[in-house]
Design a protein around this ligand. Structure first.
Ligand code: FAD
Length: 467
C-alpha cells in the first residue's frame, strides 16, 4: 500500500495546473486537482479569452468606418452589450466544459473546492477533509493588485468585473498603463466609451521598446483616448451619475466607471505556504528553481504564482515540464528568454526578443532596421493609423535578437517571427526569404537600411514593392 492518498495534488485549475495534472496522469500518476472557482482559470474565465472576444467586438467599429472608402454603405449599425456578454458567457462555459472533459478523460479527479497546504505532503479541503500527496503543485495564479488604500477604492472595478458589467460604460477612467489597462482602454473606446487613462509615470507599457511605447501613445490619442501622465487617483466618490475621481493634482474627472489596472499580485495569501515552510520572494511570489521546485522538495509551483513570465503559454509549458520531469522520467526545463508577446490594443503590438534598450545595456553592438509606413488598406479607408517595424541585429553574428511591431496583424506575424528566432535566424536569413506581396509582413524581409537615430524617412510599403 502506498502511504500517500495520491501521487500529485494540484491546487488551482488554471492554465498551468490543468496541463500539469493531465500530463502527470498520462504518465500513470494518481492525480487530484482542486479548483475553488471555475476550471480554466484566469485565461479562460476572465483573461485572454473573454478579452480577445471583446477586442473582436470593438474592431467592427473600425471596419464599418473603413468600409466607406471601399464603396460600401454601412447603415444603421448599433451595438448591444448584453448580447456580447451573453454570447461570451456561452463560449466560456463551453471551454470550461472542454477543460473538465479533458481532465476526466485523463483520469484526473476534480475537487471543486478551495485547498490549503497543511504540511509538505498534505492539503486540507474547504469541507475539512485532508488528502496526503507525494507531491503538491501550487498553481494558484494571480489576482488584480488593488493598490493604495485610497478613499472609495471599493467603488473601482478590476478586469474581473469588466467581463460582467450590466452595461457598457459611456465613460471610464482607467488607472494603469500596462497591457491590461491599455487593451481595455482601446477596446472600450472602439465600442464607444469615452476613455481616460491615468498613469503616474510618463510613458505607457513599461518594459517595451521605447519607440513602440511612443507610437502607441500617439495612436491611442489619435483614437480619442485621453492620456493623463504624472498623476494618480487620490479618491473615488459615488455620485448620482456615476463616479467622481479626484486626481492628486486637484483635478476632478467624472465617469460611469473607474477601472484599477495597476498590475497583478501572486495568489499566495491563505494557501498555507507558511505552514509548509515554502519560501516567498518580497512581492509574495513563490521562489522556485529551473524545475519549478520550491525549497520544500515535495512542493512545486508553476505559472503566475511564481511571477516569472505571467502569460498563459508559459504557465502551460511550466506545468508540462514539471509533469514530464517528475512523473515521466523525461526532465526538461522551460526557456523563458524568447517569448513572443502581443498587446491587443488598436493597433496591436507584437514583440519578441530584446528591446533596443536591453540589447544596448548588455553592451552589444547593434544594427537597427526600421520602417514606418501607411498600410495599403489605409490608402482607401483614410485611416491615419500607421505600421512601425523594428529589427534588432547583433553585429557580432548577424543574429536577429529582437523584433518589435505595431500595426494590424502584429500578433499573428510575431508568432511566426518567434519561430525564426528560436532556430537562430540571422538578418541574412531574413534577407534571402522571398517577400509575400502585397502584405505588411513582407517589410520584414525587404528592410535593408540601417538606422542609427530614430529619424525615419516616410515610406510606403505594400503598395510599392521594392523593385
Ligand atoms: P490561473 O489561470 O490564474 O489559475 C489559477 C487558478 O487557481 C484559478 O482558477 C483560481 O480560482 C484557482 N485557485 C487559487 N487559489 C486556490 C486554492 N487555494 N484552491 C483551489 N483553487 C485555487 N496571458 C496571455 O498569454 N495572453 C493574453 O492575452 C492574456 N490576457 C490576459 C488578460 C487579462 C485581463 C488577465 C487578467 C490576464 C491575461 N493573461 C494573458 C494572463 C494569463 O491569464 C495568466 O498568465 C494565466 O492564466 C496564468 O495561469 P496560471 O495557471 O498560473 O493561473
Amino acid at each position: 500500500m502506498d502511504k500517500f492518498d495520491v501521487d500529485l495534488f494540484v491546487i488551482g485549475g488554471g492554465s498551468g495546473g490543468v496541463r500539469a495534472a493531465r500530463i502527470a496522469a498520462s504518465h500513470g500518476a494518481r492525480v487530484r486537482i482542486a479548483e475553488e472557482y471555475r476550471l480554466g482559470g484566469t485565461c479562460v474565465i476572465r483573461g485572454c479569452v473573454p478579452k480577445k472576444l471583446f477586442v473582436y467586438a470593438s474592431r467592427f467599429a473600425h471596419e464599418f468606418t473603413a468600409a466607406a472608402g471601399f464603396g460600401w454603405t454601412v447603415e444603421g449599425t448599433s451595438f448591444d452589450w448584453p448580447t456580447l456578454i451573453a454570447n461570451k458567457d456561452r463560449e466560456i462555459e463551453r471551454l470550461e466544459g472542454a477543460y473538465r472533459g479533458n481532465l476526466e478523460r485523463s483520469g484526473v479527479e476534480i475537487v471543486p473546492q478551495r485547498a490549503v497546504i497543511t504540511g509538505p505532503n498534505e492539503v486540507e479541503l474547504a469541507d475539512g477533509s485532508r488528502v496526503t500527496a507525494r507531491y503538491i503543485l501550487v498553481a494558484t495564479g494571480g489576482r488584480p493588485n488593488l493598490g493604495l488604500d485610497i478613499p472609495g477604492r471599493e467603488l473601482g472595478i478590476t478586469s474581473n468585473e469588466m467581463f460582467h458589467l450590466p452595461r457598457l460604460p459611456a465613460s471610464i477612467v482607467i488607472q494603469g498603463a500596462g497591457y491590461i489597462a491599455l487593451e481595455f482602454a482601446s477596446l472600450l473606446a472602439g465600442l464607444g466609451s469615452k476613455v481616460t487613462v491615468v498613469h503616474r509615470g510618463d510613458k505607457l507599457l513599461r518594459g517595451f521598446d521605447e519607440e513602440i511605447r511612443e507610437r502607441l501613445s500617439k495612436e491611442l490619442e489619435a483614437a480619442g483616448i485621453a492620456l493623463e501622465f504624472g498623476v494618480t487617483i487620490d479618491s473615488i466618490d459615488a455620485t448620482d451619475q456615476g463616479r467622481r475621481v479626484r486626481l492628486n493634482d486637484g483635478r476632478v474627472l467624472l465617469a460611469d466607471e473607474v477601472m484599477l489596472a495597476i498590475g497583478r499580485v501572486p495568489n499566495t495569501v491563505g494557501v498555507g505556504l507558511e505552514a509548509a515552510g515554502v519560501q516567498l520572494n518580497p512581492n509574495g511570489a513563490i521562489v522556485v528553481d529551473e524545475n519549478s521546485r520550491t525549497n520544500i522538495p515535495s512542493i512545486y509551483a508553476v505559472g503566475d504564482v511564481t511571477d516569472r513570465v505571467n502569460l498563459t503559454p508559459i504557465a502551460i509549458r511550466e506545468g508540462h515540464a514539471f509533469a514530464d520531469t517528475v512523473f515521466g522520467g523525461k526532465p526538461w526545463v522551460v526557456d523563458h528568454s524568447l517569448v513572443p508577446t502581443a498587446v491587443f490594443t488598436e493597433p496591436e503590438i507584437g514583440v519578441v526578443g530584446l528591446t533596443e534598450e536591453e540589447a544596448r545595456a548588455q553592451g552589444r553592438r547593434l544594427d537597427i532596421y526600421k520602417t514606418d509606413f501607411r498600410p495599403m488598406k489605409a490608402t482607401l479607408s483614410g485611416s491615419p493609423s500607421r505600421v512601425f517595424m523594428k529589427i534588432i541585429v547583433d553585429q557580432k553574428d548577424d543574429k536577429v535578437i529582437g523584433v518589435h511591431l505595431i500595426g494590424e496583424a502584429s500578433a499573428e506575424i510575431i508568432q511566426i517571427v518567434g519561430i525564426t528566432m528560436t532556430v537562430g535566424a540571422t538578418k541574412a536569413d531574413f534577407d534571402r526569404t522571398l517577400a509575400l506581396h502585397p502584405s505588411a509582413a513582407e517589410e520584414l524581409v525587404t528592410l535593408r537600411t540601417k538606422h542609427d537615430s530614430s529619424d525615419l524617412p516616410e515610406q510606403s510599403a505594400e503598395s510599392t514593392p521594392a523593385i
